[in-house]
Design a protein around this ligand. Structure first.
Ligand SMILES: [Zn+2]
Length: 440
């Protein structure tokens, strides 16, 4: 039997997640000046390969509320490969910014993409409903970590072609409701691969994941500020696709293992459907629960994550994947993945929890370093309990054995073996992301 760690080594997740400090806007936009308490969801298609692609807008939907905190129009932290910037069309004022990854950006790092095999992927951008026409610009990060514009369009909020129909059709499960959506963190769980007869199974799995999350640090600190809702839509068949085993199932969101040919990498490529289903409730972040006993999961940074529910370690997989999709954290393990050089050699990764920088004065987690800890910090084959708590710079992380460092010997972003959960750096990054959603 492979160990949990080796299983996780194969569980690649997310796309490069970027974290950098943006110079603060001297006068941040006031929500009510520019926006209504509703949302626009823009559905895009991106198609191409490693060196060439095109982006096209497919549909725009209006959603009935804006669930995010109104103070989060220009988040302090920028993450991920792509960002959407919204400018007031008349004045040119930057009034909103969103960053996220797409599955396409991950695809561009694979060998088929390098061999110019063209593929198309879906992605979604959600912004508050503007009061006046806006210019929306999509920018992508290049290998020098600068953002370049790749798509631009003007959106008039009174455009008759914006679809405004009701999207309510499924059973909504209010598992844990904190308060008004804008001042709470709203987690939405979508049922995937549960048949009509299995609605009780979905509810039990959702309750188990919810109970686990709300008792783990740092999530447990915000129990009273987190709302958890489930959306149940029966799938015609149970389970998920597993192409390597020639298993194919007819499910609502098309979740499939073997994304980019990796054994345990599970995702759905029906990104538009995911967000159409989630739009039935106020959602800050989306989780798919896949009704399968097979070990696995996946995440797309600041978009959504997925985990199976029937494996003993499913709650751990879920909380690991959520750290990617919600807080933009990197994997801290090394090992075989489908990517060719996910992190450029000459760039400091912008995720909070991995670094190439060993300078004690500028190390991104320098405030947490243990006293007199050597940098780099030697990896310990069998660390004592006290040594597991040491914060230094341990070599190995971000799929690289050398030249990339993590803060503690073990962390749930690197291995599920650790009893203590996330390392101090990951806990702080998740905490700060939650606080941002709460306007704190
Ligand atoms: Zn960590």
């Amino acid at each position: 039997m492979p160990s949990v760690r080796s299983l996780l080594l194969l569980l690649c997740c997310g796309v490069p997640q970027v974290l950098f400090a943006q110079s603060p806007d001297p006068q941040p936009p006031v929500f009510a000046d520019w926006f209504e308490d509703r949302a626009l969801r823009l559905e895009f298609i991106v198609a191409g390969h490693a060196t060439e692609h095109t982006i096209a807008l497919q549909e725009i939907f209006e959603e009935p509320c804006w669930p995010e905190h109104p103070g989060l129009l220009l988040p302090r932290r920028q993450l991920c490969s792509t960002r959407a910037r919204v400018y007031d069309a008349a004045s040119g004022t930057l009034i909103c910014q969103r960053s996220f990854d797409t599955l396409f950006s991950e695809y561009t790092t694979t060998t088929p993409a390098a061999n110019k095999t063209r593929r198309s992927f879906e992605f979604v951008v959600r912004i508050p409903l503007p009061k006046a026409p806006v210019r929306l610009v999509l920018e992508e990060r290049n290998r020098q970590y600068n953002y370049e514009p790749v798509f631009e369009t003007t959106i008039a909020p009174d455009d008759l072609h914006i679809r405004r129909e009701s999207v309510r059709q499924d059973e909504i499960l209010d598992i844990h409701i904190a308060g008004a959506p804008q001042s709470s963190l709203d987690l939405t769980f979508l049922a995937e691969g549960y048949t009509a007869e299995q609605s009780a199974d979905f509810k039990a799995d959702l309750q188990r994941m919810s109970d686990f999350l709300l008792t783990q640090s740092p999530w447990n600190e915000f129990r009273d500020n987190i709302s958890i809702r489930g959306i149940f839509r029966p799938s015609p068949e149970q389970g998920t696709d597993e192409p390597h085993r020639r298993i194919y199932r007819n499910t609502n969101l098309g979740a499939t293992f073997n994304i980019f040919d990796l054994d345990r990498y599970l995702l759905s490529e029906q990104n538009h459907d995911i967000h159409r289903m989630a739009a039935q409730v106020p959602s800050d972040t989306v989780v798919l629960l896949a009704n399968s006993k097979t070990y696995g999961g996946g995440a797309v940074c600041l978009d959504y994550c997925i985990s199976t529910t029937g494996h003993n370690n499913s709650p751990l997989v879920f909380i690991h994947e959520l750290a990617h999709s919600f807080a933009g954290l990197a994997d801290e393990y090394t090992g075989n993945v489908a990517y060719n050089q996910m992190y450029p050699d000459d760039q400091e990764p912008m995720e909070a929890n991995i670094t190439r920088n060993l300078n004690r004065e500028t190390l991104k987690w320098r405030q947490f370093l243990s006293p007199d800890i050597p940098l780099p910090t030697p990896n310990l084959p069998q660390p004592e309990a006290s040594e597991k708590q040491l914060v230094g710079a341990f070599e190995g992380g971000g799929y690289l054995k050398q030249g990339m460092f993590r803060s503690e010997q073990d962390c749930w972003m690197g291995s599920l073996l650790r009893d203590e959960g996330f390392c101090v750096v990951c806990r702080e990054a998740i905490r700060e992301t939650i606080k941002g959603h709460l306007g704190k």
